[in-house]
Design a protein around this ligand. Structure first.
Ligand code: NDP
Length: 246
């Protein structure tokens, strides 16, 4: 599906929640989903960035988005419940969830890895996507064609030196995806998959590879076709898979 060509109205009438929607790949995904007709719920920790994406979507005349400010590092069970309740009262269902927000942590040997950074990375990259997916599952059951996407990485499929908690969190996300997909297959219309963006020109990539020429990496907007595929109706039969965006 690398050459997937989305139709302009691919996501019409769909309500899709994107985490980390204020910057990088999440921002590009939110803009792209809105351009293909979706009502996008923008979740992130920096309200100003979310508002800028909101304004861009509105200025383009696409469906009016919603904003949910949330810090995934310390969000409480009550906050997740409040999010699900507010989506329920505003939209009555959820058709798509892109768990995209993530942090890099340290690039250092396990022998030196700071335990508090380890906890932080596991919390944001693995536990938060679990908590969010769990809290919106009943809302996704109300959709005829719901799709959950978790964000993986090359180091979530093969461990590599100095990637520490980040790699472990991405292995965990692959495991969460497989477990949830297996639980839902045959009894639910919710499909569950991973996407690995591959090297992409964002702040995280620059932090991970400061010596790299960033211009050689595609911009987030250039890697959207697999995201659109997974969030739209054409991937209906796909579940339990880990796809590459590039
Ligand atoms: P960026 O660092 O550019 O963006 C990350 C986004 O996540 C930002 O919007 C950020 O918000 C948000 N975020 C971070 N921490 C929190 C938090 N505690 N609560 C809420 N939101 C938070 O990263 P990318 O766009 O590059 O990465 C997106 C995803 O893709 C990640 O899961 C990453 O692991 C994965 N990935 C990226 C690759 C790449 O080459 N870029 C390669 C492989 C995987 P804010 O801007 O407010 O800080």
């Amino acid at each position: 599906m690398q050459n997937y060509q989305p139709t302009p109205d691919l996501l019409n009438e769909r309500v899709i929640l994107v985490t980390g929607a204020g910057a990088g790949i999440g921002k590009a995904a939110a803009l792209s989903f809105a351009r293909h007709g979706a009502t996008v719920i923008l979740l992130g920790r920096t309200t100003k960035k979310l508002e800028a994406v909101y304004d861009e979507i509105e200025a383009e005349g696409n469906p009016k988005p919603a904003i949910i400010p949330l810090n995934l590092e310390n969000a409480s069970a009550d906050q997740y419940k409040a999010i699900a309740d507010s989506i329920d009262s505003e939209f009555g269902r959820l058709d798509g969830l892109l768990n995209n927000a993530g942090i890099l942590g340290q690039r250092t040997p396990i022998a030196n890895y700071k335990p508090d950074v380890w906890q932080q990375v596991l919390q944001v990259n693995l536990t938060a996507p679990f908590l969010l997916a769990q809290s919106v599952l009943p809302l996704m059951e109300k959709s005829d064609d719901a799709s959950i996407v978790f964000t993986s990485s090359g180091v979530g499929r093969k461990g590599r030196a100095f990637w520490g908690a980040y790699a472990v969190s991405k292995f965990g996300i692959e495991g969460l995806m497989q477990t949830l997909a297996d639980e839902l297959e045959g009894i639910s219309s919710i499909r569950v998959n991973c996407i690995n963006p591959g090297a992409t020109r964002t702040a995280m990539r620059e932090k991970a590879f400061p010596a790299e020429n960033m211009e050689n990496n595609p911009a987030p907007a250039d890697i959207m076709s697999q995201y659109l595929y997974l969030l739209g109706p054409d991937s209906k039969v796909i579940t339990g898979q880990s796809l590459d965006a590039q």
